[in-house]
Design a protein around this ligand. Structure first.
Ligand code: SF4
Length: 388
C-alpha cells in the first residue's frame, strides 16, 4: 500500500509505545519497556519516515512525539531518535516540536539533549498532585518528581510547558481536586490539559469496576470538578480553547489544533494513525508486526479508510465544534462545496435555542456552556445524524 501525497502535510505524530510501568486505567497502544527491541524499533521508525520522503517537502509546522512514554528511552536511545527526526524532517525554531514526558523519567541530561535537538514544547503527564492517588492509579512517579522536572526544564530554557491532570479518580473528592488545581496553577504554566477519567476496555480499572471495587466519584461530582477547573483556570487568564485544553493566549497546541481543524498529518510508529488526502491510515499496533513491515522496507500500514464526502463533513463538524473557535461557514463551503447551514441548520438551531451553540456572522461555535456540556451536544448530534 502506498499513500501518494497531493496535499501539503506539515504535521507529524511519532509514537513511542514503551512504558516503564503500565497505569491501571490505560488503553493506549503501549508495551512494557523491559525486554522490548527498542533499538530495532527506532531503526524501524527511521525506515518508516524515510519511505515518506519527508526531506523533499516543505518544512514541518508541528512535530509531536507521544506515547507510551517517549521519556522512558535512555540517553543513547533518545539521541538515536532525535538524530533520526533531525535527519528525516525539515524543521526550524518556528516549528512547534512537542515531546511528552513522565516526571519520574527525566534528568538534566535528557532535558538538555531534547533542547539541543530542537524540542521546544513539553507535555507532562502529572495527573494529580496527590501521592496516594498516584499510587492508586498505578503511576510511576510521585509529586516531588513533577517539581524537580519543571525546575530542570525551566533551567534548560523550556518555556512552553504543559501538564495533564485527570479528575474523577477513585476516591477523589472535590477538595482534593481543588488542591491539585491550586498546585498546578502555582506552577504558572502556559498550558493545561484536563481529562475526566474514562474506564476503558481491558484495563485493570475495568476489572475492578466490574467487581465493585472502584469507588469513582458520581456524575454530579465529576461535573462539579470540571466546572471548578474551568472557573479556576479562567481566573488565571488560562482559557478553554478546546473541551479539555486550556492555554494562555498564544500557547495553544498548534499540533492538536490541526486535528480539530481537520488538517492532514502523518502518523509514524506502531499503532499510530495518519490522515492524508481525506483518507485515514492505521499502522500495525504490535511492535513485531510493525517491525516485520519496516524491515522489508514497506510502510507498516494495516488499514486505510477512505472517507466519503458525508463522512468528512460530519467529522469536520464534530472536530471543529470541540474548539472555542468553531468553524467558518465560508471555509466549510469552500472545502466541501456545500452549505453547512443547509445541511446541519436544524441541528444548530436546536442547540442555539438551548444556548449551547452560537452562530455569529460567519462563525459557528459552542458557547462556554456548550463546551461544558459538549458530551450532551455530541450525543444529540449523533442522534440527529441517525435520524437525518
Ligand atoms: S505512562 Fe501513559 S501510556 Fe504508559 S501506561 Fe501510563 S498512561 Fe499509559
Amino acid at each position: 500500500m502506498s499513500l501518494i501525497n497531493t496535499e501539503i502535510v506539515d504535521a507529524a505524530y511519532i509514537h513511542i509505545p514503551f512504558c516503564k510501568k503500565i497505569c491501571h486505567y490505560c488503553a493506549f497502544n503501549k508495551y512494557f519497556y523491559d525486554g522490548q527491541p527498542v533499538d530495532k524499533y527506532l531503526v524501524g521508525l527511521d525506515t518508516e519516515m524515510s519511505l515518506y520522503q519527508l526531506n523533499k517537502q516543505e518544512k514541518m509546522d508541528t512535530i509531536y512525539v507521544g506515547g507510551g512514554t517517549p521519556s522512558c528511552l535512555n540517553m543513547q536511545e533518545l539521541e538515536q531518535l532525535m538524530e533520526s527526526i533531525n535527519r528525516q524532517f525539515k524543521f526550524d525554531a518556528t516549528t512547534e516540536f512537542t515531546f511528552e514526558i513522565n516526571p519520574g523519567e527525566l534528568s538534566k541530561e535528557k532535558c538538555q539533549l531534547l533542547y539541543d535537538y530542537g524540542v521546544n514544547r513539553i507535555s507532562m503527564g502529572v495527573q494529580t498532585f496527590n501521592d496516594q492517588l498516584l499510587r492508586r492509579i498505578g503511576r510511576n512517579h510521585r509529586v516531588r518528581h513533577v517539581y524537580q522536572s519543571i525546575d530542570w526544564l525551566r533551567a534548560t530554557g523550556f518555556e512552553a510547558l504543559s501538564i495533564d491532570l485527570i479528575f474523577r479518580l477513585p476516591g477523589q473528592t472535590l477538595e482534593d481536586f481543588d488542591d491539585s488545581l491550586t498546585k498546578a496553577l502555582e506552577l504558572e504554566l502556559p498550558h493545561y490539559s484536563l481529562y475526566s477519567l474514562i474506564i476503558e476496555q481491558q484495563t485493570l480499572f475495568q476489572q475492578l469496576m466490574r467487581e465493585g471495587k472502584l469507588p469513582l466519584p458520581n456524575e454530579d461530582v465529576d461535573a462539579d470538578m470540571f466546572e471548578l477547573a474551568i472557573n479556576r483556570l479562567s481566573e488565571h487568564q488560562i482559557n478553554q480553547y478546546e473541551i479539555s485544553n486550556f492555554a494562555m493566549a498564544g500557547y495553544e497546541s498548534r499540533h492538536n489544533l490541526k486535528y480539530w481543524q481537520y488538517l492532514p498529518y502523518y502518523g509514524f510508529g506502531a499503532g499510530a494513525h495518519g490522515f492524508i488526502n481525506g483518507e485515514r491510515y492505521y499502522n500495525h499496533g504490535p511492535v513485531h508486526h510493525y517491525l516485520k513491515q519496516t524491515t522489508a522496507n514497506a510502510k507498516p500500514i494495516i488499514n486505510q479508510l477512505p472517507l466519503d464526502k458525508a463522512d468528512q463533513m460530519e467529522e469536520y463538524i464534530f472536530l471543529a465544534l470541540r474548539t472555542n473557535r468553531g468553524f467558518s461557514l465560508q471555509a466549510f463551503e469552500t472545502k466541501f462545496n456545500e452549505s453547512a447551514l443547509a445541511l446541519f441548520g436544524t441541528f444548530f438551531e436546536s442547540q442555539r435555542k438551548k444556548e449551547l451553540l452560537l452562530i455569529e456572522d460567519d462563525t459557528v461555535r459552542l458557547t462556554n456552556r456548550g463546551l461544558f456540556l459538549a458530551d450532551t451536544v455530541f450525543r444529540e448530534l449523533i442522534g440527529w445524524l441517525k435520524a437525518y
